[in-house]
Design a protein around this ligand. Structure first.
Ligand code: NAD
Length: 404
């Protein structure tokens, strides 16, 4: 599927989800798209919640338009591809954003049925070439940093060791559970603040990374079955029994921590419960848990999504959409991720969906009225075999006009 870039319009809208302050484009990320000959139209005020004025976009060559003109663009860039995104989509349109494609939400099906082509940023493969497009990583990095600040804000102690004339204050003890992108960012941030940091992950391969950041890796005598899970791999779901054993083995370390930051995820599944209510009961009043998996069900049994719970004096924070709370930087990296992905589709003056490219194929969720991604089809109960096999792109009319 290809079309002339001449006349190609790329639209960016203001996000409507509650609490969403990020924007899918920034003035700094515009250049490669303009250079490729595209017009970039930005809904008036779209960047304001993230700190990017209309004037800043205009100075870099974007056009400021009304919402309906931005939505009508051939390519629509969004942060959240949610129900708000469905209404304006049309056949032939390419929509790129965070679409929670493995959550079984109606949005994905609705967009497919409207004939639009949908790319989900969550599905960017974990390969070296795809790193610059990996929005999950860029946003997790920010979330890990902010989790430490949230904890520091609630903790009735300081993080660093302080030796003063009035006595010595010991450093805060921080445990980070899950040493993926968010976890490593949390470890680095807590270390910068001077805390004594320990970290645990089911993938023993991360031990070296944890130690290189100055934290102690907690080793548990537990067969997690994840020995092969090196860098780049997702953790596998573990049995209830293994998770129970994990809780048992981890409880002493949790009880001795002032702060526990949990970041453990299993792609496409509910987050594993790692900190049980009984484990929270053993923590010292005043301690803090920040559960970055709150939106996926939580790593802590006490967590309530979007709330801070006082459980016997222990604060259990279940924040949602954490990257959005640092919207300028979150948008800067997200927009770069999106532009890098989009650039894979711009070839020799054409939009060319090369499904032989593993990144294009891996992120393509819906096309020509149907869901084409095998894993997503499975989630929606569609027969996997019915997905069209990758085929060389067929030429398409070279204008912005929407096919009937
Ligand atoms: P993630 O968000 O899927 O999960 C966070 C962490 O939780 C992971 O490290 C996982 O092993 C851990 N976890 C899951 N279940 C657990 C449990 N029961 N107990 C303890 N920990 C548990 O992971 P992520 O942050 O996206 O990163 C996973 C790996 O992938 C990392 O090594 C990361 O560096 C790598 N990565 C590579 C690329 C790339 O090469 N392009 C991109 C992103 C991530």
């Amino acid at each position: 599927m290809s079309s002339e870039v001449t006349g190609l319009t790329i639209g960016v809208v203001r996000e409507h989800r509650d609490g969403e302050r990020r924007v899918a484009m920034t003035p700094a990320a515009l250049a490669p798209l303009l250079k490729a000959g595209a017009r970039v139209v930005i809904e008036q005020g779209a960047g304001e919640p993230a700190g990017f004025s209309d004037q800043a976009f205009a100075e870099k060559g974007a056009e400021i338009v009304g919402r309906s003109d931005a939505i009508a663009a051939r390519v629509l860039l969004r942060v959240q591809v949610d129900q708000d995104a469905v209404a304006g989509t049309h056949p032939g349109q390419i929509v790129i954003g965070l679409a929670t494609p493995l959550a079984g939400v109606p949005t994905v099906k609705d967009i497919a049925e409207r004939g639009a082509t949908l790319f989900a940023m969550e599905l960017v493969p974990r390969t070296t070439r795809a790193q610059a497009m990996d929005a999950l990583s860029s946003q997790a990095n920010i979330a890990g940093y902010k989790a430490v600040l949230l904890a520091a804000g609630e903790l009735p102690k300081m993080f660093p060791l302080l030796t003063t004339a009035a006595g010595t204050l010991p450093p805060a003890r921080v445990l980070v559970v899950g040493a993926g992108v968010a976890g490593l960012s949390a470890i680095a941030t807590a270390r910068r603040l001077g805390a004594l940091v320990e970290a645990y992950d089911v993938r023993p391969a991360v031990k070296e990374e944890v130690e290189s950041l100055g934290a102690r890796f907690v080793e548990l005598p537990l067969d997690t079955g994840q020995e092969g899970g090196g860098s780049g791999a997702y953790a596998q779901q573990m049995s209830e029994e293994t998770l129970r054993k994990q809780q048992e083995l981890l409880s002493k370390t949790v009880a001795g921590s002032d702060v526990v930051i949990t970041t453990a995820q299993v792609q496409g599944a509910k987050a594993p419960v790692i900190v049980s209510t009984a484990m929270v009961d053993q923590m010292t009043p005043g301690s803090v848990i920040v559960d970055l998996a709150a939106e996926q069900g939580g790593n802590c049994e006490v967590t309530v999504e979007g709330q801070t719970i006082d459980h016997g004096g222990v604060k259990v924070i279940g924040p949602t959409n954490v990257p959005s709370s640092i919207p300028t930087h979150a948008s800067l990296v997200y927009a770069k991720n999106v532009v890098n992905l989009l650039q894979l589709m711009l070839h020799d003056g054409l939009i060319d969906l090369d499904v032989d490219d593993d990144i294009v194929r891996g992120t393509l969720v819906a096309r020509d009225g149907e869901i084409v991604h095998a894993r997503v089809r499975e989630v929606y109960g569609l027969p996997v075999a019915a997905a069209p096999a990758p085929a060389p792109p067929a030429p398409e009319s070279g204008t912005e006009e929407v096919p009937a």
